[in-house]
Design a protein around this ligand. Structure first.
Ligand SMILES: C[S@@+](CC[C@H](N)C(=O)[O-])C[C@H]1O[C@@H](n2cnc3c(N)ncnc32)[C@H](O)[C@@H]1O
Length: 349
């Protein structure tokens, strides 16, 4: 394996030689490293910094090169950092990258490790190839009270409705491949995690959730108690989509209908590396908005007229008293408190 030096944040790492450029890369290297996930790791650092990690025990359970856990140990001052991976090559590289740092490294699966270290971790990171579903039970069961569970999912085509039968098998939910597919997918993922947590009398509270082109990511506070679990389950809903809008109680879902992110968290997080002020501004605008958004291209098709500039629609709706914001799910879409009639009026100008 040919290794190259990279610097992420304040941390220098040796990683397998990789193709540069955006998007996920097919990799035949024995240890996984995706430079396009740097923003994902920058976000972990920014979020943990806001949460104050000093008393926290952190588990980077699928560490690969160790990039995330080593950055957390280097750039923050948590109480403890443990990195695990099932691959020999990965563990050797993590040991090399973490020389001189006060971290523990284990060649163990996340399942084995959490079973052996029950209720030890305040933060557990699950960053698998594809779906996180197989690893959720052990993580939800054995994370500490009020711990933070961070989950990535790269099976976006399943969650977004390209393979609806597979989504039903894996997530017990019906997706839809429409203009809102990325938000549907993220909400199906969180809905599944909420149902899985409820089996262990635990509820979930999203701190930050987003889609970024080739993966979903959600950070959830896992809260203990049957009441909290019931509260989370009440936030599951199904929806029906029409050509341009949606209504409650339909065939899509079940999915999480509550907030995707906490207002306090996104307001408190600071930009870092690839996590820019622009991205944070989008997340901040959307926090607290109801599910789903209007897409200008579908509205244009529906009304058979070219779309006005997005900023004009947003201005018109806000001036009419309906809070309206851009969404990170699509650069040509908006979320609004206005109803479809109001939106169509604003679109017509
Ligand atoms: C997508 S990579 C992780 C990337 C890494 N977190 C990063 O930020 O660069 C997935 C890693 O999980 C490891 N893995 C797969 N199954 C595992 C399991 N059950 N427990 C622990 N690690 C596992 C793989 O060997 C691989 O290194």
């Amino acid at each position: 394996m040919r290794l190259v030096k990279v610097i992420e944040g304040d941390t220098e790492l040796l990683v397998p030689e990789h193709e540069k450029g955006p998007g996920p890369r097919a990799t035949d290297t024995p240890v996984f490293y995706n430079p396009a996930m740097e923003m994902n790791r920058d976000t972990s650092i920014s979020l943990l910094r806001y949460l104050d990690p000093r008393g926290m025990r952190i588990l980077d359970s699928m560490a690969a090169t160790g990039a995330r856990g080593i950055r957390i140990a280097t750039e923050l001052e948590p109480r403890a950092v443990v990195l695990t991976d099932i691959s020999d090559e990965a563990v050797n590289l993590i040991l090399h990258n973490s020389r001189g740092l006060d971290v523990q490294v284990h060649k163990q699966s996340v399942e084995e490790h959490l079973l052996a270290n029950q209720y030890r971790y305040d933060y557990v990171d699950i960053d698998p190839f594809g779906t996180p579903v197989p690893y959720l039970p052990v993580a939800l069961r054995f994370i500490r009270r009020n711990g933070v569970l961070a989950v990535s999912a790269t099976d976006t085509s399943v969650l977004c409705g390209t393979y609806p039968k597979k989504c039903m098998r894996v997530y017990s939910a019906a997706p839809m491949n429409n203009w809102c597919r990325h938000e549907n997918g993220l909400r199906i993922l969180i809905g599944h995690i909420a149902r899985e947590a409820a089996r262990y009398d635990r509820g979930v509270r999203p701190l930050l959730s987003y889609y970024d082109g080739h993966h979903f990511r959600t950070y959830l506070r896992v809260v203990a108690g049957a009441g909290k679990a019931n509260e989370s389950i009440r936030k599951l809903d199904t929806y029906r989509f029409g050509d341009i809008d949606w209504s409650l109680s339909g065939e899509i879902g079940p999915m999480w209908s509550g907030d995707l992110s906490s207002d306090d968290i996104v307001k408190g997080m600071l930009p870092l590396g690839k996590l820019t002020e622009d991205i944070l501004a989008l997340w901040r605008g959307e926090a607290g908005m109801s599910p789903f958004f209007y897409e200008t291209s579908t509205l244009a098709r529906h009304l058979k007229q070219p779309p006005p500039p997005l900023k004009d629609i947003i201005l018109r709706l806000n001036s009419a008293g309906y809070l309206t914001v851009r969404t990170h799910f699509s650069p040509t879409a908006f979320k609004t408190e206005g109803n479809t009639e109001t939106v169509l009026d604003a679109f017509r100008g």
